[in-house]
Design a binder for this molecule. Structure first.
Ligand code: RAT
Ligand code: ZN
Length: 414
């Protein structure tokens, strides 16, 4: 049915986005098969490293004293500091309130014990269903690290039995610290040397292909520093060009590069200690241009990279840009980035991923982003309606299904 006026437009877009079934292409959550790796509940929400970093802005407690405390004690401190002693206005702190509210809890009460009781009373299977339902997510892609000793036994012994959870092979240790990680490959029966000789290249390829197959991974992924550069005379550059690219090509899966993280600028903050730097877009251009038969997914962490990344996607159809990653996952930046991308690329990109580390975060991350994306879509449709372009409800649904799910699957199936 054709959209008659702006009022109808607003309603249709908002309802369609509200009802869309999302494929969340990058998260850090796991299916129930992974046991304690699947984090959920109020204490996990409170000790999320985004909140830990903000907590230390106000608190003068020694870092190690804080990290020595139990999870519950850390959560108590964070609740007191970030919610009671100061108003919870930052994006990640506000996110906790969105989760509580959308679960139907009494946010007004500020009663942490009551919230804990609610989560204690939940059965995990039911709770997973509930979170997927409320957030509108139909499936998520996990981050699966073969170097993680808690995770690999699950792949070797049980495997993943929940089809809502898809795998992505994450290879940071291989690419960013081969000189330490090659030993693990040796341990697992791959005949590799520290200097990555010709035989090692074949063995690393075997290692990658074995793991993609074991996990049924949809793509390979890595997070990279701002200085990431290819080609250059480094082990990482050789690994990418000689191992990752050929295996991805052979298995027809994308290589996802998440560029711009400066690891542990304050190591005392642990997981919360990473920062950001501007990456080099030339490397993305080089890879897309040199390997047109390969598919690349890229997100960059620095706000300063966003315009050039969108332009690069105009040049290379084997590049899919995605998400407003980590420090960019703030409403003002999501809005700016999504507008730049839509004005530059139409609807041929993936506007968001959740990066959820705690199951419940699917609720707030998608709630907040969906509202912003709706607003932008309404503006854009409104502009073309002003030019007498007729748009239908079916076309709006098609577009929304594409950006929240199909663009990803179509890129994979290319
Ligand atoms: O967003 C985060 O939680 C970060 O700590 C990282 O995990 C990042 O998203 C990544 O995938 O490396
Ligand atoms: Zn992540």
């Amino acid at each position: 049915m054709a959209i008659k006026d702006k009022e109808m437009l607003k309603k249709v877009v908002e309802n369609t986005v509200e009802e869309v079934k999302i494929t969340d292409i990058h998260t850090h959550i796991y299916s129930k098969d992974f046991g304690e790796l699947l984090l959920w509940g109020i204490d996990e929400l409170l000790v999320y490293h985004y909140l830990v970093a903000e907590f230390f802005r106000y608190s003068s407690i020694e870092y190690d004293e804080f990290f020595k405390k139990t999870k519950r004690e850390q959560a108590d401190l964070i609740w007191q500091t970030l919610f009671i002693e100061h108003s919870p206005v930052s994006e990640s702190v506000r996110g906790v309130l969105t989760v509580l509210k959308k679960l139907g809890l009494d946010v007004e009460s500020r009663n942490l014990d009551e919230y804990r009781q609610y989560f204690d009373s939940m059965e995990l299977n039911d709770y997973i269903d509930k979170v997927f339902e409320i957030s509108g997510v139909k499936e998520v892609v996990m981050t699966n690290d073969p170097f993680d000793d808690k995770e690999s036994p699950v792949w070797n012994e049980i495997g993943n039995n929940d089809s809502r959870f898809k795998a992505a092979l994450r290879i940071d240790p291989l690419l960013n610290s081969y000189e330490d990680s090659y030993n693990r490959l040796v341990e697992w029966g791959y005949n590799v040397t520290k200097d990555l000789d010709q035989n090692s290249i074949e063995e690393v390829k075997r290692f990658l292909a074995d793991n993609v197959k074991k996990m049924d991974a949809l793509y390979m992924a890595v997070s990279l520093p701002p200085s990431f550069c290819i080609p250059e005379d480094s082990l990482r550059s050789r690994l990418v060009e000689n191992c990752v690219i050929p295996v991805c090509r052979e298995l027809n899966i994308p290589f996802a590069m998440m560029i711009g993280v400066n690891k542990l600028v304050n190591y005392k903050l642990q997981l919360a200690g990473d920062s950001v730097g501007k990456g080099n877009i030339r490397t993305v251009e080089y890879l897309c241009n040199t390997y047109p038969e390969n598919k690349f997914m890229v997100t960059m962490l620095s706000k300063e990279n966003q315009h050039e990344l969108a332009i690069t996607a105009r040049k290379f159809r084997n590049l899919m840009i995605f998400g407003c990653w980590w420090f960019l996952n703030n409403p003002s930046i999501i809005e700016e980035m999504t507008r730049i991308r839509m004005e530059t690329l139409g609807l041929s990109f993936i506007p968001q991923h959740s990066d959820a580390r705690v199951l419940d975060q699917l609720i707030y991350k998608w709630d907040h982003s969906k509202k912003i994306i709706s607003k932008i879509l309404i503006d854009k449709y409104s502009d073309i309606m002003d030019n007498d372009w007729t748009i239908t409800e079916e076309e709006i649904k098609r577009d929304i299904d594409n950006i929240f799910s199909n663009n990803f699957w179509e890129f994979l199936n290319k």
